[in-house]
Design a binder for this molecule. Structure first.
Ligand code: ACO
Length: 357
């Protein structure tokens, strides 16, 4: 028995390898360093989807742009009931309206949906009209434009594009595994994605980025952050944005890329204090607990500087990860065997049945 299935190999994949010992991530045969900042999110989706769809175009940008425009039609279903929910909950409900299936069109609509829906939800909650997608823009630039209502600068769009590529796929993480388990019953892509969204929402997984930003804002200063972290550790609380099941003794390479992106952004926006604050937290946690930052620790302040509202942090994570999850579902369908592990029964075996009266 392995608690949390630690180190258990549960599936074969050609999509990505997370090498925790070396601190490397390989996606479709390329290291993350070769991809992030050099390959667009659109090209990465093309790479992830290769071999799973016969009609895959060589340039996926126009098709993804068209998919954003199509799913925007569903935004009209945002009613007051949904606007009272958190963005990820409202987005999950809107996604349920999309048609299901296993073809490229469905995969692209599901990949486009989180980007379009989360922007629409947050604007509607603020009493503003949702901004329709611009299919001619890159996915990253359009996400920021739909959220903020203005076309982002080149460097803002590049920072988000680097993030989307960095998190697009990551081995058999909790949400991807949830999706593959659902897919293994021959359930469809949407069903698998709905389960994955629920898994990603939790604070031990995709929900951590929102908690990281709340902590950084509460702390305010470097001394304040050390005090806050010390208090949390004394109360045996987890510090969000630190630790990882696979990258235990090496830094999470995704966190290091986001740290570089943060340094660039803080210089451009004269917010170097935020970078220093984060570095203080990183140093403190290494010293006190021997823990490295994970992706979310440095992604959260990057989102913050890009003007993405905190309740959208997890939905934006989903906007990137949907590509990888969709590819994993297709891969599961292509070489399927039902997931059906055993459970170790630890209850009594020899109780007498209750007496009849
Ligand atoms: N803060 C404080 N202590 C921690 C943290 C943390 N963030 N992470 C691990 N530890 C400690 C545990 O208390 C435990 O110590 P102990 O042995 O003295 O009790 C030890 O490190 C091992 O922890 P586990 O829970 O066994 O490690 P696991 O592999 O199950 O946890 C996880 C991985 C869930 C990511 C964990 O590090 C955590 O809770 N981190 C905070 C949440 C977070 O940032 N999640 C985002 C993950 S990345 C992503 O999903 C994109």
């Amino acid at each position: 028995m392995s608690d949390g299935l630690e180190d258990v190999v549960a599936a074969d994949t050609v999509l990505s390898e997370v090498d925790g010992k070396a601190g490397h991530l390989i996606i479709r045969g390329r290291t993350l360093d070769e991809l992030a900042g050099r390959t667009s999110f659109e090209d990465l989706v093309q790479l992830l989807f290769q071999g799973f769809f016969e009609d895959l175009p060589t340039q996926i940008g126009p098709a993804l742009g068209a998919a954003r425009a199509e799913v925007f039609a569903e935004v009209s279903a945002l009613d007051t009931g949904l606007l009272d929910r958190t963005p990820i909950e409202a987005m999950r409900a809107l996604t349920a309206r999309l048609a299901d299936g296993d073809d490229l069109e469905v995969a692209l609509r599901l990949t486009a949906a989180p980007a379009v829906f989360t922007a629409a939800v947050v604007r509607s909650q603020a009493g503003e009209a949702p901004v329709a997608p611009d299919p001619t823009l890159s996915h990253a630039a359009d996400i920021l434009r739909m959220i903020k209502g203005r076309v982002p600068t080149q460097s803002e769009a590049t920072a988000l594009d680097t993030y989307l590529v960095t998190v697009s796929d990551h081995g058999l993480n909790a949400s991807t595994f949830a999706a593959r388990v659902i897919a293994s019953t021959q359930s469809d892509l949407y069903g698998a994605l709905a389960g994955a969204i629920a898994s990603l929402k939790g604070t031990l997984h995709g929900g951590a980025n929102e908690a990281v930003m709340a902590m950084l804002l509460e702390a305010g200063t470097e001394a304040g952050l050390e005090t806050l972290m010390r208090t949390k550790l004394a109360a045996r609380e987890r510090i969000m944005g630190f630790g990882h099941r696979v990258y235990m003794h090496k830094p999470d390479p995704r966190a290091m890329l986001m740290k570089e992106a943060l340094e660039r952004l803080t210089k451009e926006k004269s917010e170097l204090q935020l970078f220093k604050l984060c570095e203080t937290g990183e140093r403190f946690m290494k010293q006190e607990k021997g823990l490295y930052p994970n992706l979310d620790y440095y992604a959260a302040p990057v989102f913050y500087l890009l003007g993405i509202p905190i309740p959208l942090f997890t939905p934006v994570f989903l906007a990137a990860r949907t590509a990888g999850i969709s590819a994993h579902v297709m891969e599961q369908h292509a070489h399927n065997r039902l997931f059906r592990p055993r459970v170790l029964y630890k209850g009594p075996r020899n109780l007498h049945p209750p007496e009849k009266h």
